[in-house]
Design a protein around this ligand. Structure first.
Ligand SMILES: [Ca+2]
Ligand SMILES: [Ca+2]
Length: 98
C-alpha cells in the first residue's frame, strides 16, 4: 500500500517536472541565448520574406517554411521573455556564484 503511494507520487512528480521544463521553452528564442530580443529580431529581419527559409536558425519560428508576419507575431508575443536560470546544487550552496 505504501509502495503504491510512493510510485504514484514519483509518477506525478515526473509529469510535473516534464510539464514545467516544457513551459520554460521560449518559441522565438532564435539565437538560443535564453531570451527574446534584438538578436532574434535581427536574424528574422535578415531572412524576411525568404520562402526557402526553414528552421529556427533562420527565423522560421512557426515551422511553416518562409519568414513572414506569422513568425514576427510569435516573436512579438515572446518579446523580452527570458528562460529562468538553472540553479544547480553547487550554485545553490555557493553564495558567491549568485
Ligand atoms: Ca534570443
Ligand atoms: Ca515561418
Amino acid at each position: 500500500m505504501v509502495c503504491h503511494k510512493l510510485v504514484s507520487f514519483v509518477l506525478i512528480l515526473v509529469v510535473l517536472l516534464i510539464a514545467s521544463a516544457e513551459a520554460e521553452y521560449i518559441t522565438a528564442d532564435i539565437n538560443d541565448d535564453g531570451r527574446v530580443g534584438l538578436g532574434d529580431l535581427e536574424i528574422l529581419a535578415e531572412n524576411w520574406l525568404d520562402l526557402q527559409c526553414t528552421g529556427l536558425n533562420c527565423g522560421d519560428v512557426d515551422g511553416n517554411p518562409g519568414v513572414n508576419l506569422e513568425d514576427f507575431s510569435i516573436l512579438a508575443m515572446d518579446w523580452l521573455k527570458m528562460t529562468p536560470p538553472i540553479i544547480s546544487e553547487f550554485m545553490a550552496s555557493n553564495g558567491t556564484t549568485l
